[in-house]
Design a protein around this ligand. Structure first.
Ligand code: SF4
Ligand code: FE
Length: 480
């Protein structure tokens, strides 16, 4: 297992083609736009050596029997699925932000499970390939980004019917030694500071979409892969310190557009190629794994936001006001409901045909649906408790100014025994953690809300529920 420092050093060896704000970046590790995201990802490495968390952060590989960082683990049991949820909450509490590494973890589990089932039907050898790939990731303790979301073009048209055929990743050439792919994956959390990308399709497909039904893995510095880093709300504040709010870890995981300009993939790194009927399964598996997580990582982040809100109430001198206490209770209720759903999805997980465990789909979808609502509601209450102060604070440059700095500090003072700087720091954290990019990420990360609602209705089995009602009411007639 790598330490955080070893992870950082390993990034220096990558020759990725990455652009930020229109400039090619050669030194990823020391770039201020990336630094907080790298610090956060590094914690997923260091936590494997933290004796207090090791029970959660270290797992035993089902493939090699070796001790591995849990972020590279193929889920072997319900216990693993529960530990995953607990681990993500702990890291959320330590960082107050997204730590990015779960996407690739879920992608490996999803592809592992589906490769097995494709082999059963077509006698292919995808499962051996993904097992070898996962062993390679485990043994080198690499960070993988799970590449799912294509740009998607006109949402009413399938991949092969788009005006521009590249709006979904597809095969442009099949060779004896591998395939050549073209297209892009959008909103790729952690891509800029990952070693590898594991690509999956993004929507269920029809037989005519065969060239788009692909899953493969590549090092992110493979020639032909170009990454363009996304902007975030307030991202220029990363160039300073205090105004950023969460100085060490940033406010949300950094995202990139990953473009594949005719990139060669050797066959041993291809895990699906043309089996359109398995695409929907792969999309759903990945989404369900990732939806369980949201009730855990976000609950950890919101533990920090709730703590910051309570601290702000204290700094303002009103910790005991009954309406403040009531709002804090409401925040705790929503936050622990999110995590309870995530834990339930783990406790009710079941093994797939490949043997790895898979969350309870309804509970995982409920988890993510809660996030799309409760995240906004918790932020609303945090703003309510904290006051307009967080929206109008002068900058850290004003604070550093010899003449106006003392004025800003003097008039930011609330309770006399609390340093004004503490209140400013806490206010900045709340401002950054509760707005802009972080909110939208909770809405659309792991799939937009409608995607969860479709699965909730499908799995609700209304026919069965109607039968229950008819039995209770003594009704024997049936309608279509
Ligand atoms: Fe992990 Fe949560 Fe970030 Fe997704 S949003 S990558 S689950 S920390
Ligand atoms: Fe996310």
């Amino acid at each position: 297992m790598k330490t955080g420092q070893e992870y950082r050093e390993s990034l220096r060896e990558l020759k990725t083609e990455l652009y930020i704000m229109g400039e090619r970046i050669d030194n990823i590790v020391d770039n201020p736009y990336l630094r907080p995201h790298i610090n956060t990802a590094a914690l997923t490495y260091d936590i494997a050596f933290d004796p207090e968390v090791m029970d959660l952060s270290v797992a035993t590989s089902g493939l090699t029997g070796e001790k591995i960082n849990r972020f590279t683990h193929i889920q072997q049991s319900r216990d693993d699925m529960v530990k995953k949820s607990k681990l993500l909450r702990v890291i959320g509490q330590k960082t107050g932000t997204c730590f990015q590494r779960c996407v690739g973890w879920d992608a490996m589990n999803a592809v592992y499970s589906v490769a097995y089932e494709i082999d059963q039907k077509y006698n292919t050898d995808y499962f051996v390939r993904i097992c070898d790939y996962v062993k390679f990731i485990q043994q080198n303790d690499l960070m993988v980004v799970g590449g799912m979301t294509d740009p998607k073009g006109d949402r009413s048209l399938s991949p092969s019917k788009q005006a521009d055929p590249d709006l979904f990743v597809h095969v442009v050439e099949k060779r004896e030694d591998g395939i050549v792919v073209r297209g892009a994956k959008a909103h790729q959390t952690g891509a800029a500071n990952s070693h590898e990308i594991l690509v999956m399709p993004t929507v269920a497909m029809k037989p005519e979409d065969q060239d788009y039904a692909i899953s493969f893995a590549l090092p992110l510095d493979t020639p032909g892969i170009v990454m363009i880093f996304g902007r975030q709300t307030n991202d220029e504040r990363k160039l300073g310190e205090l105004d950023q709010g969460n100085i060490t870890y940033g406010v949300v995981g950094g995202e990139a557009l990953v473009v594949f300009n005719d990139v060669f993939v050797p066959w041993e790194r291809v895990f699906m190629c043309g089996e359109t009927e398995f695409v929907g399964m792969m999309v759903e598996r990945f989404a369900t794994y990732h939806r369980q997580n949201y009730g855990a990582c976000k609950a950890g982040v919101f533990d920090v936001v709730i703590g910051a809100s309570a601290a702000m109430a204290e700094y303002n001198g009103v910790p005991k006001a009954s309406h403040i206490r009531d709002k804090i209770i409401e925040m705790v209720l929503m936050n622990d409901t999110m995590h309870a759903s995530s834990l339930a999805a783990g406790y009710e997980s079941r093994p797939l045909p490949a043997g790895n465990y898979y969350p309870h789909t309804t509970y995982a979808n409920i988890t993510k649906q809660h996030i799309t609502r409760y995240h906004y509601e918790i932020c609303r209450l945090a703003h309510d408790i904290t006051g307009g102060f967080i929206a109008t604070l002068p900058s850290e440059k004003d604070l550093a100014h010899p003449v106006i700095g003392p004025m800003v500090e003097k008039y930011s003072q609330a309770r006399a025994d609390v340093p004004a700087m503490d209140r400013i720091k806490m206010g900045r954290f709340i401002e950054n953690a509760t707005g802009g990019t972080a909110l939208v990420e909770s809405m659309h990360g792991a799939g937009s809300p409608q995607a969860q609602r479709v699965m909730l209705l499908r799995d609700a089995n209304l026919e069965h529920l109607k039968k229950l009602a008819k039995n209770v009411c003594g009704i024997t007639t049936n309608q279509d």
